[in-house]
Design a protein around this ligand. Structure first.
Ligand code: SAM
Length: 246
């Protein structure tokens, strides 16, 4: 993996807390992979954990309904969604749990490894629910804009969540933001996000859905067809045609 990612390989047993040569380490074990910032004040590790208690709670508490409504779950059986900004895969997992076939596209190679490992680990747990959900998820490494027509075939909805919210106070999000800021150039990501929406709007799909912080301006100054707003999140929905008519 170190070779594939072009990263230096530290000796087995290296202590991430004590390491001063690097900002973060990827810790690999037989059945897990996590990213850990180095140094004494570093927040805890970040991993992709489908089926975690937090995910199960989110499912039971109905938090997933808004996302389902935004992409149009129920308007067509087996809706196919391209999650063009897969990140740690939580939104993809929610969509697959709601019955969608999901292509998870992620361009950062380290995040791709975290996703791949999280997906394999969840399938290996043998939990029937997890296995069924994971069977509807397909990982597609690379920039979404470079996908071929074949990769995008049959996609009904393009889903975008290009940026982490700037002012989210929750500890979990802060921890992830710190790591993502290390990995990804957030200035470039903001610029890219506009371009990504403009690209998505040119594709032959039923709708494009963008996740935004509640009071954030529209991406690329594009007016959505409608918005679905919750307390902590807003979904901007750009309807191109009826989902059922493909
Ligand atoms: C805010 S995170 C997405 C979080 C995700 N919705 C989740 O639930 O975990 C944004 C991710 O999109 C990725 N990304 C941004 N632009 C992309 C593009 N054009 N193609 C593929 N991935 C992209 C970034 O590398 C980052 O991992």
């Amino acid at each position: 993996m170190a070779q594939r990612l072009g990263l230096p390989l530290l000796p087995v047993g290296s202590d991430p807390v004590a390491s001063e040569q690097v900002d973060a380490v990827l810790v690999v074990s037989a059945d897990s992979l996590f990213l850990q910032q180095t140094g004494r004040a570093a927040p805890g590790p970040v991993a992709v954990e489908f089926g975690s208690t937090a995910m199960r709670h989110r499912r039971r508490s109905g938090h997933n309904e808004l996302l389902g409504r935004a992409v149009g779950v129920g308007k067509k059986p087996q809706l196919r969604v391209l999650d063009a900004t897969a990140g740690l895969g939580r939104d993809s997992f929610v969509l697959a749990d709601l019955g969608c076939d999901v292509i998870l596209c992620e361009r950062d190679p380290v995040i791709v490894e975290l996703l791949r490992c999280g997906m394999n680990a969840a399938t290996a747990r043998g939990d029937q629910w997890l296995v069924a959900v994971l069977a509807r998820m397909r990982l597609q490494p690379g920039d979404a804009r470079q996908l071929t027509a074949g990769d995008r075939q049959g996609v009904d909805v393009i889903y975008l969540d290009p940026m982490f919210p700037q002012r989210d106070k929750s500890a979990a999000v802060k921890k992830e933001m710190a790591l993502f800021q290390l990995l990804l150039d957030s200035g470039a990501a903001a610029q890219d996000a506009d371009e990504l929406l403009l690209w998505a709007l040119q594709q032959d799909v039923g709708r494009v859905v963008v996740k935004r912080p509640p009071r954030a301006p529209n991406l690329a100054q594009q007016q959505p067809s409608h918005c679905i707003s919750g307390k902590a999140v807003r979904y901007d929905v750009y309807v191109r045609r009826k989902l059922a008519t493909r």
